[in-house]
Design a binder for this molecule. Structure first.
Ligand code: SAH
Length: 367
């Protein structure tokens, strides 16, 4: 589909081109973006500083189409999880986590995930497709709308993390354009440092990102040696730890020495021993690193359990004593399955989807 059929797919540069392409002034892009991203107005008829002729043209030829919210769950701790319907067969999940002094939105970048990390429920569902720019930025717009940002104009979502369903670096172009819209003053105006991309370890993607973006980087490390990491995160067989850390160093250097956050899920008896902690210290020595320990969040048939708190604390202390900034991530929203690794949305199995398409193109029907 032509992306300009849905203007949520266009970042500022593309939006300018769109208006210039129809012999309009380039500042129409600015006017329209302010309506959409600052006022929450997506109906062209309400954009009163555009001529009637232009409003009619836009109404007839394009739209701002946002994927609808299929359901909302609110956790006892205030976290909210939305199921966002991206097409007839598929939904992704978006989570809002309010904390003292900030509000973090966790968004998805793909329907399902191809990387199949052993402890992640999204990976168990397989991969279906990349989300479009509109479907990624749409999650931020919808959450802002639900939380009342457009009426209050005070920032409710202060941070966005690409830590929902999917591997963002495997949907590079769409993710980058959506990030542009998050950080653009005509978009949601977040600072680069308040947008964090988390990757399972796509090393070439990290290098590519270092050339075009200044957002914060988080890397899901989970193990300090290749033997264990190969089992937990199979992508390690393609990009082993030394290659991954080299890419992280490039990223940090491109960003003035900013630290990279390493995520480490605490799996009981698997990667949580003193020896594991010391090995982690060794590989991160001299690296501008922060470590986030994530207590494992269980899901049915996971085959792993969460390390006990005293084990997590001991692990953290070993890192702290060696001078590595380490925090244990609080588990939020687990009563509504909104915690890290629990996001599953609704992913139509790909084989089934292709079969349906095939059947449709042969004029038959599959229920
Ligand atoms: N694909 C990206 C982003 C999505 S996962 C990545 O891998 O980084 C976001 C974070 O949640 C990652 O650090 C991931 O390893 C972690 N995670 C996945 N499943 C988890 C689980 N069951 N419990 C705790 N953390 C989990």
């Amino acid at each position: 589909m032509n992306p300009s059929r849905n203007l949520f797919n266009l970042d500022q540069a593309a939006m300018r081109d769109y208006f210039i392409g129809m012999s309009e002034k380039h500042f129409r892009a600015e006017q329209v973006m302010k309506w959409v991203y600052h006022q929450g107005v997506t109906d062209f008829d309400d954009m009163t500083d555009l001529s009637k002729r232009l409003r009619d043209y836009l109404t007839d030829n394009t739209r701002f189409q946002i994927p609808p919210i299929a359901s909302e769950k609110v956790s006892a701790d205030g976290a909210r999880k939305w199921l966002v319907q991206v097409d007839n067969d598929n939904c992704v999940e978006t989570v809002y986590i309010p904390e003292a002094g900030r509000g973090t939105l966790c968004i998805s970048s793909q329907v399902g995930c191809a990387l199949n990390c052993a402890f992640c429920s999204t990976g168990k569902q397989g991969y279906n497709r990349n989300l479009s720019v509109a479907e990624i930025i749409g999650q931020v717009w919808q959450a802002n709308k639900r939380l009342g940002y457009f009426e209050q104009r005070s920032r409710i979502i202060s941070n966005v993390v690409l830590m929902g369903m999917g591997e963002p670096l495997l949907n590079f172009d769409n993710v980058i354009k959506a990030v542009e819209l998050m950080t653009d003053d005509l978009g949601f105006g977040l600072s680069n440092k308040r947008v964090t991309l988390s990757t399972a370890g796509v090393a070439p993607g990290i290098i590519k990102l270092s050339k075009c973006s200044k957002i914060s980087l988080a890397v899901s490390l989970h193990a300090a040696n290749d033997e264990l990491r190969n089992k937990l995160a199979p992508i390690n067989r393609t990009y082993p730890i030394h290659e991954l850390l080299a890419a992280c160093r490039v990223y940090s250097e491109a960003n003035g020495g900013d630290p990279v956050t390493f995520e480490y899920v605490m799996l009981n008896g698997i990667n949580d021993s003193e020896k594991d902690a010391k090995e982690l210290v060794k590989i991160l020595k001299g690296f501008p690193a922060k470590v986030n320990l994530i207590p494992f969040n269980p899901f049915p048939n996971a085959g792993f359990s969460r390390s006990p708190m005293h084990t997590i604390n001991k692990f953290r202390d070993i890192l702290l004593q060696s001078g590595i900034i380490t925090i244990t991530r609080k588990t939020r929203g687990d009563d509504i399955d909104a915690a890290c690794g629990q996001l599953v949305g609704r992913v139509a199995p790909r084989a089934h989807r292709l079969q349906k398409q095939d059947a449709a193109s042969h004029g038959s029907k599959v229920i």
